[in-house]
Every structure is written in C-alpha cells, then in structure tokens.
Ligand binder design. Structure first.
Ligand code: SAH
Ligand code: SF4
Ligand code: F3S
Length: 448
C-alpha cells in the first residue's frame, strides 16, 4: 500500500514524520510524493498558531473529493492538532478515519494495519512516555527526495514544562521527558554508519536535557546537555552537530565552554528571544531579562568570535506598547541576527495570554512584523558582505533551484553558498570554497 505524508509545523514534526515513514517502510508500505498516488494519507499537524491549524483543516477538507472517487482511501490526522482538537475533528471532517495524538505516534503502524483490516473511526490521544523510546526509527534508503541522509534530526527530549503564557506546546506535547545519553549516542552512531554527516538535536528546550523536568536552569557546573555534546563530538565520521531550540537561561558557563571546545558543534545558535521588553518577557513567563540575554550572547561571542545567531520573535503580544516594541527592535539590532522567525501573536485557547486584556490589532501586528523584517534584511545584507574573499567549509546540500549546474551548501555558521561543482562533488560532501560574490542574501564561491 502507498502512503503520502504531509507535515506542518516545526522540526520535531518533520522528525516524527520521518520516523513514521521509516516504520511504514520497514513494514513494506511505500512512501509516495503525491496524495493522488496514495492509499493512505497522513497529515502531521501543528497547533502553534491559528493559521497552521486552518491550513491543515482546509487541506484535509479538500481530500473529501478524493475519497469519493477512492472509497478505500484511509485518512489520518496526527500530531499536535490531533492532540488539541481530538474528537472535534471527526465532526468537522466526517471523512476522516483516525486521529493520533502526540503521545501515540509510536502506535501509527498498529493503527494503520487495523484500519486496513477493518474500517472504523479511531481516536488515540492518551499521553504515553513510550513515544520517547519508540520513535528512534529513521527513513533511510539513500533517496534524498523524501528525507535526507546526510543531515539527520534526533529528538533528545519531548514535551515542555515551561508554560510560556502564549504557547500551546505544553498542552499538546505533554510533560518534558529526556532520553539517556547512551540512547542518543547509539542513534547518532547508527545514522553516521549509514551516511549522516550532520545531526541536529531537537527538543522544546534542548538545554533542559537530562534535568528531570526541572523548570529552573541548572547550577553552574551542571549541564547534562553539555555532557551529551561531549560524547557526540567523539563520534568518528560525524562532521557537524547542531541543536534547536535552547532556552537562553540554561546556557551556563559549562555549556558555553563545551560549545567552544567541541570542534563539531556549529557556530550558529538559534536563541529565541520573543521580546526585548522586560515587561513583556515577564508577562510571557519567559524567565530571563533583556540584560541576561545580552550577557549570554556576549559570552558566546567572546569564546566563538565567528558565531552567528538566529531567533524567534513574537510581535503584538497582548499589551505590547510602542515602547515595548522598540525594545524588541533595539535588542534585534544589538544582537545582529542573521536569521529571525518573526511571528504575529496568535491567541491559543486555554493559554494564559489568550485571556489577557489589550489584544493588539492585526494592523499593528502586521506593521511591527514589517519593521522587524526590515531590520533583519539590513543585518543580513551587511553581514554577508563580510564573507567576501574568505575561504569557507561547506556541507553540500544539493543542486540550486534556479541553475541545475550549480550546487549549494551551508557553512557551519549557516550561510548558504552557491558554487560550480566538479565531477566528484556529491551531496553530503564537505568542500572548501573561496567566496567571490556576496550580495543580498546569497553568497557565491569557487571550489579551492
Ligand atoms: N520551544 C521553543 C519554541 C517552539 S514554538 C522555544 O521556546 O524556543 C516556535 C515559536 O513559535 C516560538 O519560539 C514563538 O516565537 C512562536 N509562537 C509560539 N506560540 C505562539 C503564538 N501563540 N503566537 C505566535 N507565535 C507563537
Ligand atoms: Fe512553548 Fe515556551 Fe515551551 Fe517553547 S519553552 S515550547 S515557547 S512553552
Ligand atoms: Fe507546532 Fe507542535 Fe511543533 S504545535 S511548532 S508542530 S511542537
């Protein structure tokens, strides 16, 4: 039977979809790249903003037509929206066959098998810790059109205990649980043995790894996450280690020093700031201040001068004044991000912020969004120029969309560089290039 998987949301969802694809493939299902070719349609969904939910609901609604022509079609909604909406989804989408929440993802194969045997609507949304240890499967057949082999995600924690006041993730992903160092290292070794060069460690707060769900940052000298990095750094054949997202206050000196000492850890950190105003940070229940954020950035820059930063920012949080917004803008300028995901606040039912007074209008959110995008554009334009004339190491990622004769790769600081390959260049190689052009958002290099 043929399966089509559509994924919405963050890297954790991409990773879950990949594990599901791996499980299905091992059970002789075939993964296809278009819904029209499939017998089974899986939608792995996101609830973090209203737009993400609407997109998935719209898409599944549209599948009703397809099912009229192909009554044997099995349609399932998985992941975060499955968890948050549950039963309600069957009411809105009567042609839906099953709903599988975030704690039940490891039951996907059993669920699909039982639906192939006997058709009925199935709802599975219980929280279950087994999902942590049973989702270590990877989709690996050398076919980079579905999931890449040279760069792989590893989920090291699941769930979140932080309850930022705007965020639905703790409600849809459950309580934070961590794997063991041995377990993560074993998965990384297996991936490297089958061609992986770069791993990205995933978690809602990766730096909380191994802290037993404690919401207070660890004391100085304690960082199980740093201990994990040290072990991963020893794996022969692994070239690069990335992670996302870490919560800023968990960067103690031990972790920062470890990052500087371990050669494979990329000098590009995704460090969500959300807001530059201490008043708003407090309302968001983010347990750091603007000053603490800047202090951590400065410490990392002192030890790793080439480090680049990216971030997540929310504009239009309830009560955000012009003054608060200016604090966000100036913090952005002070840090100098080379990438930023700027989100317009979206009220999520059941969260604290959704019930706050002073919700901000869509127009103001849009206006603030545009202003920050402009700040980002300026920063990128000026930073990319600094690459001119330098020699950079790239991990080759593929052929460029606009020119089939050109390849592109990424520096460890996450700049994308296009270059003309030679006869031996392949995806997953590490190559050296000299940067000959660097303007707007793309850099061009020549192999050296
Ligand atoms: N665990 C990660 C964030 C995961 S959600 C962290 O804390 O860093 C990814 C991003 O979505 C968040 O960083 C935040 O910027 C954004 N986000 C979360 N809830 C949102 C909401 N209700 N409206 C708009 N953006 C939101
Ligand atoms: Fe959401 Fe905050 Fe947890 Fe990130 S840390 S997932 S923003 S509650
Ligand atoms: Fe969305 Fe769930 Fe990720 S809500 S952002 S897919 S954890």
């Amino acid at each position: 039977m043929k399966v089509f998987i559509k994924t919405y949301g963050c890297q954790m969802n991409i990773r879950d979809s990949e594990a599901i694809a791996g499980m299905l493939k091992n059970a002789n299902y075939e993964i296809v790249d278009h819904e029209s070719k499939a017998d089974i349609l899986l939608f792995n969904t996101c609830s973090v903003r209203e737009a993400a939910e609407n997109k998935a609901i719209g898409k599944v609604g549209f599948m009703r037509k397809l099912k009229k022509d192909k009554p044997h079609l099995i349609i399932g909604i998985l992941g975060c929206m499955a968890q948050s909406k549950g039963d309600e989804l069957f009411e809105r989408l009567p042609h839906l066959d099953f709903v599988l929440g975030t704690g039940q993802l490891h039951k996907l194969l059993d669920t699909v098998n039982s639906l192939v045997e006997e058709r009925k609507q199935m709802l599975l949304t219980a929280e279950c810790n087994d999902v942590l240890t049973q989702m270590g499967v990877h989709y690996n057949d050398g076919d980079t059109s579905n999931f890449s082999n040279y760069s792989s995600f590893i989920a090291i924690t699941r769930g979140c205990n932080r309850f930022c006041s705007y965020c639905i993730v703790p409600y849809v992903r459950g309580r934070e649980i961590s794997r063991t160092i041995e377990d993560v290292v074993a998965e990384a070794r297996e991936l490297v043995a089958s061609g992986t060069k770069e791993i990205t460690l995933l978690g809602q707060n990766v730096a909380a790894f191994g802290l037993g769900g404690n919401v207070n940052p660890p004391e100085e000298g304690i960082s199980p996450f740093a201990d994990l990095l040290v072990e991963l750094n020893k794996i022969e054949g692994l070239e690069r280690i990335r992670f996302t997202s870490p919560y800023v206050s968990y960067f103690n000196d031990k972790l920062i020093q470890t990052m500087a000492d371990c050669k494979k850890i990329c000098h590009n950190i995704h460090l969500p700031m959300q807001s530059g105003s201490n008043r708003i940070l407090k309302l968001m229940n983010r347990q750091y201040t603007r000053e603490m954020y800047l202090e951590k950035v400065a410490k990392m820059r002192a030890l790793m001068p080439d480090i680049t930063f990216s971030t997540d920012i929310i504009v239009g949080f309830p009560g955000e004044t012009e003054e608060d917004f200016m604090m966000t803008k100036t913090l952005m300028e002070e840090v100098g991000y080379d990438n930023a995901y700027i989100f317009k606040y979206s009220p999520r039912k059941g969260t604290k912020a959704a019930a706050m007074d002073d919700q901000i209008s869509q127009e103001i959110k849009e206006e603030r969004n545009q202003i920050l995008l402009q700040v980002l554009r300026k920063q990128v334009e000026s930073d990319i120029k600094k690459l001119l004339g330098t020699t950079q190491e790239l991990l080759v990622e593929g052929v460029t969309k606009t020119n089939k004769d050109r390849f592109f790769g990424k520096t460890d600081t996450s700049w994308v560089v296009n270059f003309v390959p030679n006869a031996e260049t392949k995806v997953g190689d590490i190559v050296k290039v000299k940067i000959t052009q660097a303007n707007a958002v793309t850099a061009v290099g020549e192999l050296v």
